[in-house]
Ligand binder design. Structure first.
Ligand SMILES: Nc1ncnc2c1ncn2[C@@H]1O[C@H](COP(=O)(O)OP(=O)(O)OP(=O)(O)O)[C@@H](O)[C@H]1O
Ligand SMILES: Nc1nc2c(c(=O)[nH]1)N=C(CO)CN2
Length: 175
C-alpha cells in the first residue's frame, strides 16, 4: 500500500474545470483535497497565473511507479495542451508526484529521472507546499524538513505571500 501527494496545476483554458476533472479522475483513490490557490507563474514569468492544488491519494495496490502512471493518465484523459518548447511554460493541466510513502509510512526516496522522489523541485515551489500544508499541517518534505519552515524562510517566503487563496473555488464538485 502506498500513499502519495500529487500536485495539480493549470493556467490554460477553464482552469478550475481542469483541476476538477483531474480530481474526479482520481476519485477512487482520493483521501483529501487542498484549497485552490491562484499563483504567479514560477520558472517562466511570461504566462498567465496558475490555479494550483494538491491531493492526498491512497491505494492499497499501488507501487510508487503506479502514481506516475496515474498522473500521466489524468493528463492524457484531459487532453493536456502545452508548448513543448517551453520547459516551464503554460499548460492546461499538470499532475506531478510530489511525495510517496510506502506501506510502513516511510517516504520513498528515488533518484531515477523517470520518477524522482520526492519531486526534485518541490522544495522550491510555494505553489506546491502551501496547498499541501492545508491537508497536512505537520507535513514534512522528505530531505527538506517541515512544510511550515520551508514556507516561512527564504527563498519561499516571498512566493508564499504572493499566493492567493481562492475559497470561492472548490474541487468537490465535478461541475
Ligand atoms: N516526481 C515526479 N513527478 C512527475 N514527473 C516526474 C517526477 N520525477 C521525474 N519525472 C519525469 O519528469 C518528466 C517531465 O514531466 P512533466 O512534463 O510533468 O514536467 P514539467 O511539468 O514540465 O516540469 P516539472 O516536473 O518541473 O513540473 C516526466 O516524463 C517524468 O517521467
Ligand atoms: N505557479 C505555477 N507555476 C508553474 C507551475 C504551476 O503549477 N504553478 N507549473 C509549471 C510546470 O512545471 C511551471 N510553473
Amino acid at each position: 500500500m502506498t500513499r502519495a501527494v500529487l500536485s495539480l496545476g493549470s493556467n490554460l483554458g477553464d482552469r478550475l474545470g481542469e483541476l476538477r476533472r483531474a480530481v474526479a479522475a482520481l476519485r477512487d483513490v482520493l483521501v483529501l483535497t487542498s484549497g485552490v490557490y491562484e499563483t504567479p507563474p514560477w520558472g517562466d514569468p511570461d504566462q498567465p497565473a496558475y490555479l494550483n492544488a494538491v491531493v492526498l491519494v491512497v491505494d492499497p495496490a499501488a507501487g510508487p511507479r503506479d502514481w506516475l502512471t496515474r498522473a500521466r493518465a489524468v493528463e492524457d484523459a484531459a487532453g493536456r495542451v502545452r508548448d513543448p518548447a517551453r520547459r516551464y511554460g503554460p499548460r492546461s493541466i499538470d499532475v506531478d508526484v510530489v511525495t510517496v510513502w510506502d506501506d510502513r509510512d516511510e517516504p520513498v526516496l528515488r533518484d531515477d529521472p523517470e520518477l524522482t522522489l520526492p519531486h526534485p523541485r518541490a522544495h522550491l515551489r510555494a505553489f506546491v507546499l502551501r496547498p499541501w500544508l492545508d491537508i497536512q499541517p505537520y507535513g514534512r518534505l522528505p530531505g527538506h524538513g517541515w512544510l511550515t519552515d520551508l514556507l516561512n524562510a527564504a527563498p519561499l517566503a516571498d512566493d508564499a505571500v504572493a499566493l492567493r487563496p481562492r475559497p470561492d473555488m472548490t474541487l468537490e464538485s465535478t461541475g
